[in-house]
Each structure stands twice: as C-alpha cells, then as structure tokens.
Ligand binder design. Structure first.
Ligand SMILES: Cc1ncc(COP(=O)(O)O)c(C=O)c1O
Length: 443
C-alpha cells in the first residue's frame, strides 16, 4: 500500500484531473452527485437535484431505469468482453438490426464507436475513404462550421468551430475549412423554434467551393441544431439549402446528431424532424441512455456498398476500436431502445415542446437575458456577459441553481436546458421558476 492510500489526501490534492473543469476552483468548492433515479440526482448528503440537462445531454430516458440496469448486470456477468475484429458476438448483430429499426429511412448499416468524438472522427474517415473507394481521392477536404462542436479528438476539433477548443493544439488536421455560423442576433433574437432569417447562410458553402473547387471537398459536417455552443437552431430553409448544395457539388453531408439523436426534438432524429437527409449520421450519448460509453455512425446504403468491393478476404475499412460493439454497451443499448419504445420517448418531446417553449420565453425581460432560443426539449438562454468577466454571470447562475436543487448547464454566458424526455410539466415549471428566481438575484 502506498502512502496516499494509507493517508487519503484532501479533495484539493486529488489525483483526478477533471475534464472541461476549473480543477482548482472545483476542488475548493465541489458539487458532488452520489445517486440518481428518474428525473433526479442526489448529493452525497441526500439533497435532491432536478436534472434539467439529462446529465450531459445523454440520459434521455431518465436515470437508473430498471430494464437498462438489469440488462447491464446480466450481460457483464455472462460475457464481459468479446472482440469484434474478425470475431463476433450475437448482441452486436442484434443491436445493429434493432437500431436500424429506428434510424431514418435509407440508413441500413451502423459502425460502432465509444463516444461522440469517436463517432465524428469515424464519420470523417468513412467519408474520405468512400471518395477514395470510388476513385475520387482528390476530395480530401473537410468542411465544418463556425461555432460547431464535434467532440475533442483531432478530427472533431479541426472541423469544430470553437476557438477555445482549438487554439492550444497547433495546426490540427490539414485541408479543413469552415462555413459561417447561423447565429444572427440582429434579426432573430427571441425566435420561437426555427428562426425566420438566415437560410442564405448555407450559401457560404459556395464561397468555399469557389476558393477550393468542389473537386477537392469530401464532406461537410454540421450539427442540425448546434448544442454545446449555446443552442443555435437552424433558420428555416437552411438545412434544405445546405443539402441541395452538397448534392450539387458531390459533397457528402454529415449530421452530427450526438445531442439531437434519440428523441430530443420530438422525432427519433433531427433528420426526421427537419425532413432533410444527410449521407452519414453521427450519434452517441442517448444510444445507451448514458449508462455505458457508446456511439454509432449510420451510413446510407450506397456508402456501405461502395466499401463492399474487391476480394472477399480483404478488410474493407482499416478502422475500429477495441470496444466497437462492446457486449455490455450493446446490452444496455438494446434495453434503452426497448425503454424508448415502451414509453414512446422518441416522440414524447413533441407533446412537451410547446409548454417548454412558453416557459423558456417567459424569461424574456428578466435581468441580463438578451436572447432565448428553443426547439423540442432544448433551450438556450443567453445572458449579457459582464464586461470584465465573460462567462462569470452564467456560471454563478449554474452554482445558485444547483444550490437550489436544479441542474442546468452553461457554456460561456449561455444557459442550456435539455431535461430527460420523461419530464413532466410541473418539473419543467420548477426548472424555469428556479432559474427565473436565480436570474433576479444576479448582479
Ligand atoms: C454535437 C456533438 N458532437 C460530439 C460530441 C462529443 O461527444 P463525446 O463527449 O461523447 O465524445 C458532443 C458532446 O457533447 C456533441 O454535443
């Protein structure tokens, strides 16, 4: 036994290097969660915290759902791990079939990963390898969008559009460019649902086509609704226009549905909600209801088929993770899909969206609130930053809400809300009432 185990250190000296966290500040004044059930977390002292964020946009069916817990427990005792490289296990095949039952039309194959970041990088690689498989290897460029969040791996931060996630990491992946974001505060503030103005922002792709030539561009990746950058809802007609332009120029369109997937907008996927079909769909989070790390990339049939050429004994795609299709993740994911189906959760947000929207927009006029945006069960409430301390005002709101028993999420000065899809109207009321009273107290 080493010294540290014999004499436990204080939290301030803890070995845990926390992700996306102000480590020293947190360790001085921690916010801990010890248990969860349904719509609630519980602190180690037993205080109830209403989950307004589905954990981190992932616990769509609510916490510790019995069917999912039981499936996990059974599977880990039966077979803890099995490789899926040149080997297989039935659950991965079973889950892939079941997943295809809920994917948008035309998506008949899935590639498994362990996170949203891995799904993004896998999708980018599939896109490039697909062009090459068709003899079009000159299409090496990847286009992202300003303010996009596509996880933290090198592919994802390269196509991502958030400066703080990029600036520390050198030149990143080569051959990447970005179209402009869709946020237009002059014309669209306090829009309910999709903003009226800005379909033409999709035409920014034409600028990059003029600059680089379409023959060098492989794929465009966007979040249908940008989540982590503060809930930016696509203007009416924008995604349709982007689809048109990608088709016109032979560019693959990738939707990153890590947040919008599995019911967030009131349809199974944003692809269904908007009626705009990309070529690849990136998912994670809600796929296992957040219980076990897992992600999946859905590909259109033509894309999969282009890989299934050449000698049968050759590996068609040199890519995969030790844990792609992990049996415990598959067991959790099958039980998650069953829970979604049993309770109608992939479409339930549609019936809650209006009340959620009304509550969100009732914050208009409160101190510091400069914009409210929403779609389905997602809302972004933007606060005016303090001139000397951007981000601080929203962070104070986050801490105060937590102290008053509601978990919200903040990025810079934007508050994001995305409760589990099992939420009831009185719980929606409580989330917004707590936030509203906190906003009144902020300097
Ligand atoms: C749109 C989007 N893509 C990718 C990711 C990355 O997912 P992960 O954190 O599981 O790697 C996220 C995470 O929030 C996301 O919101």
């Amino acid at each position: 036994m080493n010294d540290r185990l014999r004499n436990p250190v204080s939290l301030e000296e803890s070995a845990f290097w926390m992700p996306f966290t102000a480590n020293r500040q947190f360790k001085k004044a921690p916010r801990m969660l010890a248990r969860a059930e349904g719509m609630y977390y519980y602190t180690p002292e037993g205080r109830e915290v209403l989950d307004g964020t589905s954990g981190l946009w992932c616990v769509n069916a609510g916490h510790c759902r019995p069917k999912i817990v039981a499936a996990l427990q059974r599977q880990v005792a039966q077979m803890d791990f099995a490789p899926t490289f040149q080997m297989g296990h039935p659950l991965a095949f079973e889950f892939a079939e079941k997943l295809i039952g809920v994917t948008p039309k035309g998506f008949k194959h899935v590639f498994f990963t362990n996170s949203g970041s891995e799904s993004v990088d896998s999708a980018l690689k599939i896109a490039l390898a697909w062009h090459r498989a068709r003899g079009d290897a000159g299409r090496f460029r990847l286009i992202g969008r300003e303010r996009g969040y596509h996880g933290v791996n090198f592919g994802g931060i390269s196509v991502g559009g958030i400066a703080s996630n990029r600036k520390h990491f050198g030149p990143m992946v080569g051959g990447v460019d970005h179209i402009r974001h869709t946020h237009d505060p002059l014309r669209n503030t306090f829009a309910r649902g999709q903003p009226q103005h800005g379909a033409e922002f999709a035409d920014d792709l034409e600028r990059l086509v003029s600059l680089h030539d379409a023959s060098t561009i492989g794929a465009v990746i966007v979040e249908p609704v940008a989540g982590s950058t503060g809930v930016l809802v696509p203007p009416k007609g924008y995604l349709e226009r982007l689809r048109e332009l990608c088709t016109k120029h032979g560019i693959l369109l990738i939707f990153d549905e890590v947040i919008t997937g599995f019911g967030r907008l009131g349809k199974p996927f944003a692809t269904d909600y908007f009626g705009v079909t990309p070529d690849l769909i990136v998912t994670a989070k809600g796929i296992t209801n957040g219980t076990v790390p897992m992600g999946a990339v859905f590909v259109r049939d033509e894309i999969f088929q282009a890989f299934m050429q050449g000698p049968e004994n050759s590996i068609e795609f040199f890519h995969g993770y030790t844990y792609s299709g992990h049996p415990v993740a598959c067991a959790a994911a099958i039980a998650t899909l069953e829970t979604y189906a049993d309770e109608g959760l992939l479409t339930r947000a549609a019936s809650l969206a209006k009340h959620f929207e009304d509550c969100a927009h009732a914050l208009k006029g409160l101190p510091h609130v400069i914009d409210v945006r929403n779609l389905g069960l997602m809302a972004g409430i933007e606060l005016a930053p303090r001139p000397d301390a951007p981000g601080k005002r929203a962070f104070e709101a986050f801490v105060k809400c937590f102290e008053q028993g509601v978990l919200i999420r903040v990025t810079a000065d934007i508050i994001a809300l995305s409760p589990p899809l099992i939420v009831e109207n009185p719980q929606i009321d409580r989330i917004f009432e707590t936030l509203s009273s906190v906003l009144r107290t902020l300097e």
